[in-house]
Design a protein around this ligand. Structure first.
Ligand code: CA
Length: 511
């Protein structure tokens, strides 16, 4: 009795010092690999439905101009962790290993008392740092029965099942067993829908009997642009492999043939039951295709349908699994104080320009989906058209958690935008730089600047430039570089490119 009597006035006294500080919000970051905004319902998809991702947008904010600084898997992840451009975080391309000793936002959240965890695709080679718990796919990871690297000692563990489900299982298991008295950062990162688009058992026949709409530029001839576009190696018609299209190696293919190696790494991982389900679905379809002997445009159209349906089937599984996480947050009451973010490491071509893959500074790969739900802070159903970037995620998460943003981070917190403020000094131009020259898909290194209306691209290896008027030519089919009448616009964009390079400390290659 006496104890209570003595402590009650003390509590009242403490309460008198001001409003109770807000509980730090939890952060759930759901991240995919190669999910194009064109395949998100909330972005007006005419291809598919994503009710669970759409729910995050409907209850939060949708960013219509979320751009990536370097449109490729590992570099995007390094930018997100560090809040720094590739030339400073060291991961210029997919070959390089992430230096885990550098400052990252998960480390800073951890120091601030957050419990941190990462499950799924990591793709940065070195062991994850800044996470209390982690279990990640080695390299690209497998769609079925994945091996995983388990922290803290980086041992191997093999799971049975479909990877998109497993990543969510691990995330849910962690949420259930975490320390409830600490705020959390949970990064739940899918391999899907990365190449080569293996659907899960529940979605193998989704879209059967339907014809998915083709993009208007499926048969692009690349006229009107500098030489790199025509020299690409990412055309659905010419470069998609038999393995991508779910054909098995012909009988007698040697074990060391690249097709057979890939086949064994993918189909070969399945158990007999999984193989039986797979074969029963793809077998008859592949036989019908062989019998049809398609040629020319009809063959490209068939490949597009096979590709896009498998891609969208992978997304259907991602969306279902987003739903599982949202329902858990609802059921436990965590939804109230948990910020939910859905994004992808970059955009992707779903047949636009005849392509699959990413890398270019053109629209579909420069943009990425980004939707954020933050109860009590974000006006439900709001939309931002500001130029935001994966460069900004680190600063955003730190400010959400009330942690100081290091001056050396180059991104800006999205918190003011999320709260409906309109910062007058927000960026009006965006700097892009892709480095993985010619390694895959024939895309040369390039850099450029995008403003509200224009995009200037510099293919510095060949000394070529492109200039697009995004208002008049949103599909970016006709470069206006060197066009009479564009001198002033070009000079302004060139000056802006120079300014941004200086601002972000880019010295190579010289302008
Ligand atoms: Ca990717």
């Amino acid at each position: 009795m006496r104890l209570i009597a003595a402590s009650a006035p003390l509590l009242l006294l403490l309460a008198g010092f001001g409003p109770t500080p807000a509980e730090p919000p939890n952060i759930l970051f759901i991240f995919t690999d190669d999910h194009a905004y064109q395949a998100v319902g909330a972005y007006g998809s005419r291809l598919n439905r994503t009710p669970n991702i759409d729910r995050i947008a409907r209850e939060g904010m949708r960013f219509d101009r979320a751009l990536v600084t370097n449109s490729i898997c590992a570099p995007s992840r390094a930018v997100i962790l560090t809040g720094k451009y590739s030339h400073l975080n060291g991961v210029l391309d997919n070959r390089l290993q992430f230096d885990g000793s550098q400052q990252t936002f998960p480390k800073l959240l951890q120091e601030a008392g957050y419990q941190t965890a990462l499950f799924g695709k990591w793709h940065l080679k070195s062991a994850p740092t800044g996470f209390d718990d982690w279990e990640v796919l080695p390299g690209q990871g497998a769609y079925y029965n994945p091996d995983m690297r388990v922290g803290p000692d980086d041992r191997r563990r093999r799971h049975t099942g479909y990877t998109t489900d497993i990543v969510t299982d691990l995330s849910l298991e962690w949420l259930k067993n975490r320390k409830p008295d600490q705020p959390f950062l949970l990064m739940s990162q899918h391999k899907a829908p990365h190449r080569h688009w293996m659907p899960g058992p529940e979605h193998l026949t989704l879209y059967d009997g339907e014809r998915i709409r083709e993009p208007p530029t499926l048969f692009d001839d690349y006229s009107g642009r500098a030489s790199p576009a025509a020299r690409n190696r990412m055309e659905i018609g010419r470069h998609m492999t038999a393995h991508d299209l779910k054909f098995r190696p012909p009988p007698g293919t040697p074990r060391d043939d690249p097709f057979m190696i890939r086949w064994n790494r993918t189909y070969g991982r399945m158990n007999p039951d999984q193989k039986a389900v797979w074969d029963a679905i793809y077998g008859p379809k592949n036989e019908a295709f062989q019998a049809a002997k398609l040629k020319g445009k009809e063959l490209v159209r068939w490949k597009y349908q096979r590709y896009i349906k498998d891609y969208l089937r992978c997304i259907a599984s991602v969306d279902d699994n987003v739903g599982r996480l949202l329902r858990y947050l609802d059921a436990t009451g965590l939804a109230r104080n948990t910020i939910v973010v859905y994004s992808s490491d970059q955009g992707f071509y779903l047949g636009e320009h005849g392509w699959f893959d990413k890398r270019w500074m053109y629209r579909e790969s420069l943009r990425t989906p980004l939707v954020i739900r933050w109860p009590g802070a974000v006006e439900p159903g709001s939309v931002s058209r500001d130029l935001v970037s994966n460069l900004d995620y680190a600063a955003t998460f730190l400010e959400m958690a009330g942690v100081r943003i290091p001056a050396r981070m180059q991104g800006r917190s999205l918190v003011p935008i999320l709260k409906g403020e309109a910062p007058t000094d927000w960026r009006r131009s965006f700097y892009y730089h892709y480095y993985e020259s010619q390694l895959a898909h024939g895309v040369p290194a390039h850099e450029g600047v995008r403003t509200e209306r224009y995009k200037l691209i510099r293919f510095y290896e060949s000394g070529e430039w492109e200039l697009f008027d995004l208002e008049r030519d949103p599909q970016e089919l006709q470069s206006l570089y060197d066009r009479r009448g564009m001198e002033q616009v070009t000079a302004e964009l060139y000056a802006e490119l120079k300014r941004l390079r200086e601002f972000y400390g880019v010295s190579q290659p010289p302008l």
